[in-house]
Design a protein around this ligand. Sequence first.
Ligand code: SF4
Length: 339
Amino acid sequence: MELLYDLSFNQLKRWLDEHGEPGYRTEQVFEWAYQHTVRSFDEMTNLPKDLRQRLAEQFAIGPLEPIAEQTDVDAHKMLLAMPGGGEVECVAMRMEGYTSACLSSQVGCAVGCCFCASTVGGCDRNLTAGEILLQLISLRAAEGRIRNVVFMGMGEAFHNYEAVCESIQRMTDNRAMGLSPRHIAVSTAGVVPMIHRFATDGPPVALAVSLGSANQETRDMLMPGVARWDLGDLMAACYAFSEARGGEPVTFAYVMLAGINDQYHDVDRLARLLAAQPHHLNLIPYNEVPGCPYEAPDEQTIARFYDRCREAGLNVSVRRSRGQSIEAACGQLRRSRST
Ligand code: SF4
């Protein structure tokens, strides 16, 4: 059965038209589907009964019941069985005054970052736009209003460019979810050609790039799936993005690994790399992943690294991941019921 969230406004309009329904029904169905958490077409009480029945015969709708879930004070992680096959995790993070959703774009990931649980087992398939939206709708059903969205769950968002952009289109469409593009960020490990494409034809949302290291060799070792592009090409693409977006900064996520990328000379490299680039540097102390050999630096090293970044003129902050106790933190999402 087809997922209703996979249909664009125009596709649904066409379907309704073919079934003899007036144009305004599309707005009605979209409003029910995206602005209310309905679990069946029967709840769409301003639609004629026979239309509700025909929609139910053709399309699936409503939040998914998680097959596993965990919560702590600041995060709610769900494992969802996707209609098209495979399981993905998504997380609602309770921030001060709002909730942010961290969504997956693929079942698994092919990039192979050494510090990440999502890539264990490789990539099975891309999610559809509807399956991405379904994660958000399922989190909203449990957590209430969600203001922010980040594509930092399982998968490399730019390996599934079309579906990610299509899902953002419906998230930001006022006839559907009506989220502000300013509250949405797409994260990539650094798929350079797609950053260029995103700069010119992507939706007006923020870009985050996972850096790993400002040293080419170390980055290639940590993130083998993007090693074919060197740091110079990556920075040229980021610069093109900022230029195309009126000087908008790129957020660079820097997972800190003890003894790998946490020394003063790493700061100096970062400072050289980011000197001409509008940026925000997010230092993320590594969250332990079972089976990965790395450790987070101690607090003193993190503090010294941060201070040195500031002295070097970098726009920097340390991000403490939410949901660490339930393995919902950055780099910890995976397809497992045991986490
Ligand atoms: S950090 Fe992102 S790109 Fe790298 S393996 Fe994990 S999910 Fe994939």
